[in-house]
Structure formats: structure tokens, C-alpha cells
Design a protein. Structure first.
Lengths: 109, 116
């Protein structure tokens, strides 16, 4: 079964500390993995996708097929990073996304 | 505003009533998706359109739910005989279709449904 697991509901760090939001997936083929972010009172928006291999707002994520993981990392958290983060995979030709339950990141001053 | 729009933003209804939501995708996007999000969960896929054709439906989409996309532009999601369990945020997303690639989905602000 296709599944995305985000084990942490809430992650709280201090400003300047490193951040790692965990994401594990279950999929039999070669999925596309995404991180979406939702800031307070804003709509869900794409943060990054594994196929692009880019860094957005200082965040990176590496697809590890052996561990079926796609953890999101940032070396130095900022207060404006506080938001809800969702990991998602797309495995079908139709492109529909399967989301994890999300991790709320709180960056304290 | 060229983003995905949804109307209404909030809907409160009584159990047993019918409700209809509208989604206007980004104009050049031919793929349109509906998701449902309940408290503490990530969005869950409901259905997908490519142009006017509804190509996929989730098991979550019971026979009380129907979606249309006439002329391949805006889409409507109707829920008949609403139940309290239908209370959720209903999200719409659109994406362009480029051959051989899975593309970024752009989400609307959502319609929050409360069934009393």
C-alpha cells in the first residue's frame, strides 16, 4: 500500500538550531516525493520536490531509496520557518498526491 | 489574482442538506484535483479531472458525492444528504500537464464545511 509516515506531530526548536523533519514512505515503484508547507492562515504551497534537487529557503531533502526516506533539513532554523509541513508522494500517472499527517514546526526565539 | 480560487470559503449546513462547492483552477492548467482534510490529518485525495473528464475517484468518494468539470474549466463538488462526518476542509488543486512528467499542484484556500 502507498503510504507516507511523518512520525512527529510537533517539532520545537530554538532559532539557529538545526532542523530535521522526518518522512518515510511506502511505495513499490519509483515515486516522486514532495514537501509542502502551510504557513499560518495561508494555503498549502510546494516547498520542494526531490526531482529538482534544489534548496528552497535553506531547506534541502534527499531521497534515500534504501531507507525509503525523504527527510527535510535546514542547518539554521528561523522563526519564519514556523509552519505545518507535509510530506507527499505521487506514484500514479494521474499525479494525485498521498500526504503524511504533517509535522508542526515551531521555532522559538 | 491568478491562483486557484474556491467558493465559498466557509459553509455551515444542517445534517441532511445538500451543499455545492466551486473551484476555479489556474487558467492554463488542465488537471484538477479535489482533496479532503480533516483535523490532524493531511489532505486525502478524492477525485481527479483532466480537462472535462473525471479520470479517477477515491474510495472516499461515496455515492453522496459528485464532482463535475463542465468544459474543462471550473469544477464543482456536491455533497448530498450531508452527514456530520463530512465536516472537513475541502481543497482543490490544479496543475499543468507536461508529457512524461508529474507536475506541481497549486492549491486553493479551501472550503471549510461544518455539518451541524
Amino acid at each position: 500500500a502507498q503510504r507516507v509516515t511523518q512520525p512527529e506531530k510537533l517539532l520545537s526548536v530554538f532559532k539557529g538550531a538545526p532542523v530535521e523533519l522526518k518522512c518515510n514512505y511506502s511505495y513499490s515503484g519509483s515515486p516522486e516525493l514532495f514537501w509542502y508547507v502551510q504557513y499560518s492562515r495561508q494555503r498549502l504551497q510546494l516547498l520542494l520536490r526531490h526531482i529538482s534537487r534544489e534548496s528552497i529557503k535553506g531547506f534541502t531533502a534527499d531521497l534515500n531509496k534504501g531507507e525509503t526516506s525523504f527527510h527535510l533539513k535546514k542547518p539554521f532554523a528561523q522563526e519564519e520557518d514556523s509552519a505545518m509541513y507535509y510530506c507527499a508522494l505521487s506514484g500514479g500517472s494521474q499525479g494525485n498526491l498521498i500526504f503524511g499527517k504533517g509535522t508542526k514546526l515551531s521555532v522559538k526565539p | 489574482d491568478t491562483g486557484v480560487s474556491q467558493d465559498p470559503r466557509h459553509k455551515i449546513t444542517k445534517r441532511g442538506q445538500n451543499v455545492t462547492f466551486r473551484c476555479d483552477p489556474i487558467s492554463e492548467h488542465n488537471r484538477l484535483y479535489w482533496y479532503r482534510q480533516t483535523l490532524g490529518q493531511g489532505p486525502e485525495f478524492l477525485t481527479y479531472f483532466q480537462n472535462e473528464a473525471q479520470l479517477e475517484k477515491s474510495r472516499l468518494l461515496s455515492d453522496r458525492f459528485s464532482a463535475e468539470r463542465p468544459k474543462g474549466s471550473f469544477s464543482t463538488l456536491e455533497i448530498q444528504r450531508t452527514e456530520q462526518g463530512d465536516s472537513a476542509m475541502y481543497l482543490c488543486a490544479s496543475s499543468p500537464r507536461l508529457a512524461g512528467r508529474i507536475n506541481t499542484q497549486y492549491f486553493g484556500p479551501g472550503t471549510r464545511l461544518t455539518v451541524l
